[in-house]
Write a protein that binds this ligand. Structure first.
Ligand SMILES: [Zn+2]
Length: 179
């Protein structure tokens, strides 16, 4: 192998390494919670809605189901289930100005979420916080972000002070020490 080839290979490996570190550990600084403002839905349906807006695909990274995928359709076994939306390897499309460094999770529902959904989002957010080293104070509702304020959003229609207190309580219980 010529020296140039070896050099090229090294540069490639280094780039891949830095890229994976960035995506794996350093990229995400906050978690933003949304709701779909619809009584029903799932990943595939939101994907369609977002494509109708002209986006390539669903803008949220994760969706938490409520057991009503379509009007009149009940799937109680899906209540509280997480579906994967847009891969974390790409920028999300859920909070303009904050998409690059945040993970977007959406609850299906308008304002009355199921107990299973709340339980699941609490646990899931805590897992993501540990995985990406994100603190409780960097867990936001869409309405707290610049884009949400500008658009006068109330999304996700959950009092985030209450939610962060819930996280603190749960982390205290589960792990012994809140961060
Ligand atoms: Zn939102």
């Amino acid at each position: 192998m010529s020296r140039l080839r070896i050099l090229r290979l090294l540069v490639l490996l280094l780039t891949a390494f830095v890229y994976s570190l960035w995506h794996g550990n350093f990229r995400f600084k906050k978690i933003i919670i949304h709701c779909t403002d619809s009584e029903h839905g799932n990943r595939d349906l939101i994907n369609m809605w977002h494509q109708h807006r002209g986006w390539v695909e669903i803008g949220y990274n994760f969706v938490i189901l409520n057991g009503h995928p379509l009007p009149g359709v009940q799937r109680p076994w899906e209540n509280g289930r997480i579906e994967k939306g847009r891969t974390l390897l790409k920028d999300g499309a859920h909070a303009r100005g904050d998409n690059r460094d945040s993970i977007g999770i959406s609850l299906i529902g308008k304002r009355n979420f199921t107990e299973e959904q709340i339980k699941m989002i609490r646990r899931f957010v805590i897992d993501l916080m540990y995985r990406y080293n994100i603190s409780i104070d960097s867990v936001f509702g869409h309405y707290e972000m610049q884009s949400g304020i500008l658009q006068k959003k109330t999304c996700p229609n959950i009092d985030m002070h209450w939610f962060r207190d819930e996280l603190r309580r749960e982390m205290g219980q589960t792990y012994g020490k809140p961060i």
